[in-house]
Design a protein around this ligand. Structure first.
Ligand code: ADP
Ligand code: MG
Length: 243
């Protein structure tokens, strides 16, 4: 199978301080990889490079085999078949839920009919019925993030990026949404990179978990393999092994 996303020796430094060391991995069509690691290890930076919101310092990024960043070549975010869900929702406060959901569709040449059909499907899928004319401030945190997810899915991206989408929710809601999101992503089978510092979330959602530590990949494996064969003392500790 051909990877939908490939990173080859991608690195990033800010002011000569390395934040990501050259790292490579592939995301397969329909696969969900969770990038798991503590605060500051480079998770958001990695996601932003894939989205095109930050340029890498070196290496190549390929979508469906075609380079989107390599040497002087750089494809801007709006030209990549990617969409992103943010930790703080990043909804437009002055727009209704419907307008927020349709925002990414401005550039897509789709008919009004197709747009309404998509919004209707997403409204059902994300349980937003009856909320489409509200503004974000009139929604709960969980509802706002559902809108953020609907907005990202509306463009039918080849790759979905999620950066700690549940971290702003309180603990009870986070548990409910985690299960809901795991079911939703399973049903959609869209290639997803999902960033989290929460192991429970990674285990609920991931086909494979990429453990990132200090800007380097410690292990990339199926969840059960992290338990059974942790590749480093760090992963072992993360899995709850005590020495
Ligand atoms: P994470 O998402 O895992 O918490 P980040 O990718 O946000 O980590 O950040 C990784 C490191 O890069 C941190 O040390 C952070 O301070 C640094 N960093 C991130 N963005 C910038 C920036 N624009 N300028 C300078 N340093 C940055
Ligand atoms: Mg982050």
């Amino acid at each position: 199978m051909n990877a939908i996303l490939s990173l080859r020796e991608v690195s990033k430094s800010f002011d000569k301080t390395p934040v990501l060391h050259p790292l490579s991995f592939d995301l397969q069509p329909g696969e969900r990889i969770c990038i798991l690691g503590p605060s500051g290890c480079g998770k958001s930076t990695l996601l932003q490079i894939v989205a095109g919101l930050t340029q890498a310092s070196g290496g190549g990024v390929f979508i469906d085999g075609k380079p989107v960043e390599q040497g002087s070549l750089y494809v801007p975010p709006e030209k990549r078949p990617i969409n992103m869900v943010f930790q703080d929702y990043a909804l437009w406060p002055h727009m209704t839920v419907r307008q927020n959901m349709a925002y990414g569709l401005r550039r897509q040449k789709i008919s009004k009919q197709e747009m309404n059909a998509r919004l209707g499907r997403l409204q059902e899928l994300l349980r937003l019925n009856g909320l489409l004319d509200r503004r974000p401030s009139e929604l709960s945190g969980g509802q706002q993030q559902r809108v953020g997810i609907a907005r990202a899915l509306a463009t039918e991206p080849a790759i979905l990026l999620m950066d700690e989408p549940l971290s702003n929710l309180d603990i009870k809601l986070r548990t409910d949404m985690r299960n809901e999101l795991a079911a939703l992503l399973g049903q959609l089978s869209i290639a997803t990179l999902y960033v989290t510092h929460d192991m429970m979330e990674a285990f609920a959602i991931a086909d494979r978990i990429l453990v990132l530590r200090d800007g380097a990949i410690d292990q990339l494996a199926e969840p059960h393999q992290l338990f059974e064969r942790p590749a480093s003392p760090w992963v072992a500790q993360l899995m709850g092994y005590h020495n």
